[in-house]
Design a protein around this ligand. Structure first.
Ligand code: LLP
Length: 463
């Protein structure tokens, strides 16, 4: 996406630097509902509120930086996915996007299943009462201990990622006197149009077993021979932040093709397919994601069509959205510190967090929006770059955005759509303390993950 062409800028009008921006928005105080959580708005004084609580109160009570999550929005998104896919399909929330015990309880109450990819996520899921049979374990390099724990707990499925793992899981299950339900993750050879590091179904990468060269068919052959395994289906995940369903179409076509091969060779029809997650969300007003019911209809239609053409019973479908549920529910609230204007370039707006609470801009060149939220402003737009306080020039939160020119230290600004892969990828770089996640609902706010303290940090440093 090239958006460097820019009409005359209002602040640095003479020389406009390269950047990913279009014209400044007509109203800097507007909050695009596609980008912000559902209950976000401004009160009579122009202060932004979420779940009925204003950001000044939230900042006072919980401090900044902090992640503020709209609980009703999170639950509504769970329900929308659940209802869109219906009773003959399963929605597994991908816990890697953001997981804590409160989230597990919400998923449980809203009827979603849970995809975990580590012992830590599994412990969180089980510890908060997610029934084991509604948990799927993923990972390209699951340890013996992780597999044993999952099998012992009785997880509903382990998604096998390699030939070695097929044998490993089978042996562990046999030793425990169990037969583990498994799927095989295949790479279907689709190039998802997303950043290379978050695309996962092209063949030259670490996940899955390629369909190409008959490798996936061979994996099925081996899995079917092992007593410790009950092969229930095939899994495909093509990548993340995808807007176009054509990649899923190709994936479904190829996965159903494998099911047909299996039927022809072994005389069995596997009962399940999983098409993974990866559905995109709006980070800026330029993104236009589909609604869950549109995605569900598209995926179901594809699977039905392909199965009919192949003469197969339609298997039970599952999907694994992470970002599409958690992402839009949360914004990160920062306090503005130093504001540094570089003439003829842009204004660097430093906030009290940075790459330790949002690594996505530095890592994937991700784009975000930002708004002044502690007041409204009628000042002219100022081409800004929101940067953190870390000792690194790549410490950028929002690369290119317009903020009001009267922005001053002490103002609160917020970056929306940070509910997925921000807290879960947060770090202690420069010994930063990871921010809390605060759930806000019906006028009440409570920490569901508390802020780290210096004691937390020093507790691990055993001297
Ligand atoms: N299922 C599997 C097997 C996955 O590997 C993933 C994501 C998902 C589901 C959920 O994908 P989602 O619906 O959230 O896109 N850190 C990156 C994203 C990495 C995603 C890894 N796998 C980012 O911040 O964009």
């Amino acid at each position: 996406m090239s958006r460097s062409a820019h009409p005359a800028g209002p602040r640095h009008a003479d020389v406009l630097p390269e950047g990913h921006y279009t014209a400044p928005p007509t109203d800097l105080n507007a909050l695009d509902p596609r980008v912000w959580a559902r209950t976000v708005g401004r009160d009579a004084d122009g202060v932004v509120t979420v779940g009925g609580v204003d950001v000044k109160t939230l900042a006072e009570e919980f401090g900044t930086p902090g992640y503020f999550l709209d609980e009703n929005d999170f639950r509504a998104r769970c329900r929308a996915w659940r209802e869109a896919f219906g009773a003959d399909a399963d929605v597994f929330y991908a816990g890697k996007a953001f997981l804590c015990r409160a989230v597990v309880r919400w998923l449980n109450e809203e009827g979603l299943n849970l995809d975990v990819c580590s012992a830590g996520e599994l412990a969180t899921a089980l510890g908060a009462g997610m029934p084991a049979e509604r948990i799927a374990l993923h990972g390209n390099n699951k340890s013996e201990a992780e597999i044993r724990r999952a099998v012992e707990a009785g997880v509903g499925r382990i998604v096998l990622d390699s030939f070695q793992e097929i044998v490993r899981v089978a042996h562990i299950a046999e030793r425990l006197g169990k037969r583990q339900r498994v799927q095989i993750r295949v790479t279907v050879g689709v190039e998802a149009h997303t950043h290379e590091f978050i695309a996962t179904a092209h063949e030259d990468q670490k996940f899955g077993i390629p369909l190409a060269g008959g490798l996936a068919a061979e994996a099925v052959r081996r899995a079917l021979k092992l007593d410790g395994l009950e092969l229930i289906g095939v899994h495909s995940h093509i990548g993340s932040q995808i807007f176009d369903t054509s990649g899923f179409e190709v994936a479904a076509h190829r996965v159903v093709g494998l099911l047909k091969e299996i039927r022809d060779e072994h005389g069995i029809e596997l009962p399940e397919i999983d098409l993974g997650g990866g559905l995109g969300i709006a980070y800026t007003s330029e993104d236009d994601p589909s609604e869950p019911h549109q995605i569900a209809k598209a995926l179901r239609d594809i699977v039905h069509r392909e199965c009919e053409a192949a003469g197969l019973e339609v298997p039970r479908l599952s999907v694994e959205p992470g970002r599409a549920i958690a992402g839009p529910t949360t914004f990160t609230l920062y306090e503005v510190g130093t504001v540094k204007e570089l003439p003829a370039l842009r204004t660097y707006v430093s906030v009290d967090g940075g790459m330790s609470d949002n690594i996505r801009t530095a890592l994937y060149d991700a784009e975000y929006s930002v708004a002044l939220v502690s007041r409204i402003s009628t000042a002219e737009p100022m081409l800004s770059r929101v940067v953190g306080k870390h000792c690194e020039s790549g410490d950028i939160v929002v690369r290119d955005a317009f903020l009001p020119a009267d922005l001053a230290p002490g103002d609160l600004i917020a970056v929306p759509a940070t509910g997925a892969y921000c807290r879960s990828m947060a770090s202690n770089y420069n010994h930063a303390l990871r921010p809390p996640v605060v759930a806000v609902k019906d006028g009440q706010a409570r920490e569901i993950v508390r802020r780290e303290t210096e004691e937390d940090l020093l507790r691990l440093d055993v001297g």
